[in-house]
Design a protein around this ligand. Sequence first.
Ligand SMILES: *[C@@H]1O[C@H](CO)[C@@H](O)[C@H](O)[C@H]1NC(C)=O
Ligand SMILES: *[C@@H]1O[C@H](CO)[C@@H](O)[C@H](O)[C@H]1NC(C)=O
Ligand SMILES: *[C@@H]1O[C@H](CO)[C@@H](O)[C@H](O)[C@H]1NC(C)=O
Ligand SMILES: *[C@@H]1O[C@H](CO)[C@@H](O)[C@H](O)[C@H]1NC(C)=O
Length: 568
Amino acid sequence: MAVILLSTLAILLLSPWIIPYALHTLSRILGSHIRSKTLSRRETLFDFTKSDLQIQGLPLPISEDGDWEKIEGCAVGSAPNGDKPDKEWKGVIGFFHPFCNAGGGGERVLWAAIRACQRRWPEAVCVVYTGDHDTAKEQIIKRVQDRFNITLHPPTLHFLYLSTRHYVLSSTYPHFTLLGQSLGSLILSLDAFTLLVPDIFIDTMGYSFALWLSKLLFPNVPTAAYVHYPTISMDMLQSLDASDDETKGKGLNAGAGVGWRGKAKKMYWHIFAWLYSHTGSTIDVVMTNSSWTQSHIRSLWGPKRSPSSHAIEVVFPPVAVEELETAIPVSAESEKDRLPHLLYIAQFRPEKNHTLIIQSFSRLLHSLPQSPSSPSSPSPSSIPSPSTIPSPSTTASTRPKLILIGSVRDDDDKKRVYKLRLLVHSLGIKEDVEFICDAKWPVVLEHLGRSSVGVNGMWNEHFGIGVVEYEASGLISVVNDSGGPRGDIVVMVEGGRTGFHASTEEEYADAFREALDLSVEEKVAMRLRARKSARRFTEEVFAGKWISHMETLVSLQMKLSPPLLPPG
Ligand SMILES: *[C@@H]1O[C@H](CO)[C@@H](O)[C@H](O)[C@H]1NC(C)=O
Ligand SMILES: *[C@@H]1O[C@H](CO)[C@@H](O)[C@H](O)[C@H]1NC(C)=O
Ligand SMILES: *[C@@H]1O[C@H](CO)[C@@H](O)[C@H](O)[C@H]1NC(C)=O
Ligand SMILES: *[C@@H]1O[C@H](CO)[C@@H](O)[C@H](O)[C@H]1NC(C)=O
């Protein structure tokens, strides 16, 4: 009797250790079963690659300007020197990206990353797990070329098609959407693994649960996440707490059902946040697309990550900086072509706060010494079109102008533009503000080259690709003193400013005046510093940083499971 009691007690006491141990063992057995099932597909893939390489020529053609050297050269140094994995590494890099044909900013990152990997490891195989059944490899590659001007090397790129993508669509889960999608991503990733177990597994869409499952099943496959946006943020959790207090305080929603539901909802969020933190903490290499995302991911995943793990780092997504640099000159000479114009490129959305910008511009105008071309005399001519921009050599005008360029996507946008026009009218500055809706790229480019100042009125913008474009074009930026524009983009370069930060209408007006009042030398110097600042966001810098993180992963892979299956 005593023996039974004692052994029961012992089992109960040990169960916290036995159960996880049993689960881990089971998952590993399952993992190695899945891996052995996919070995033949792996061999086929390498066979295909080998014959394609023989037909199409070995590595990706390295352009004459030595792209390849540059990519290797600007590593940020997370892999110890002299310990760099060599060019010959021949593994399978799996990219989990169920919506790879979407053609958005997230996809640009995916393709730029794949191209960098193809250059660094010419014999490695990149595999994209996608749910886009209806599109063939050639079509996808062509679209990437057309849409992003990114040339992929077909022989070492393969697509594996997932059949369970509907499990991650938000429409599948009317309730508990986040949890549903996350659990759905487990099914989707299992689908992926049964197609092929990669040597390195990377997610660029925010499926941390999939990476967690990979680690559980295949502990020796290094994982990486490129995070664009946290699935749940600290702000959300805090706002939930706040609204809870509010309802308590006001006592309006004192009904038992509401209280109960509120509590349940709060619990759900906290459970989800816990799961998200847990899954995220198991990822080997974590990159984020901005400082804003980095700080959120740090507070969610950081505390649970092992202290020896790699730091969570920002890898800015590639922006088409090079193109603007070649199209727009910046020099004392080109300064003659610049007009004292303020340019604001942004969709006509409330958060972009065009109202504020128009009001501060009006304040600027009214503070100027009275100029001969009085603004208040109404003119019959309609809003000038971009082709009628006066050339600086023909007009002596030094009167600043505000140019608002933006896309108008729906009726709400149209109404907003109408209201802004009314505002401009009532402020008596109709002649000084130009609206350009749905401008074509050449028109935008012309204004980027001819204006003097680039404006952004949004508060707490996470990044601000538009501001990078201002800098690349040599515009002096005036941005809100918050978010990415302040923290990431309009920063000091070589001890000098690249633009101005402002918070209020007065501060914006002052910044406009300060920017326009700079001497020609100061202006050119600031434009050149702005350009330098924008260079941190080029495709080349992205590729360099990406590769340095990949080198960490490849080293890890070689350490964890040395002999790779020899190809062919
Ligand atoms: C595409 O990229 C190449 C260099 O990779 C560049 O020379 C070319 O101008 C780009 N084309 C466009 C339309 O941006
Ligand atoms: C990061 O990703 C989010 C979500 O797609 C996007 O809103 C943000 O602009 C991105 N940041 C950068 C630096 O591109
Ligand atoms: C625009 O800016 C003003 C002035 O700072 C502010 O009061 C207002 O809330 C802003 N509007 C939006 C939509 O951000
Ligand atoms: C600009 O940023 C400051 C500081 O973050 C903020 O207080 C202010 O409301 C912002 N202004 C606008 C117009 O959004």
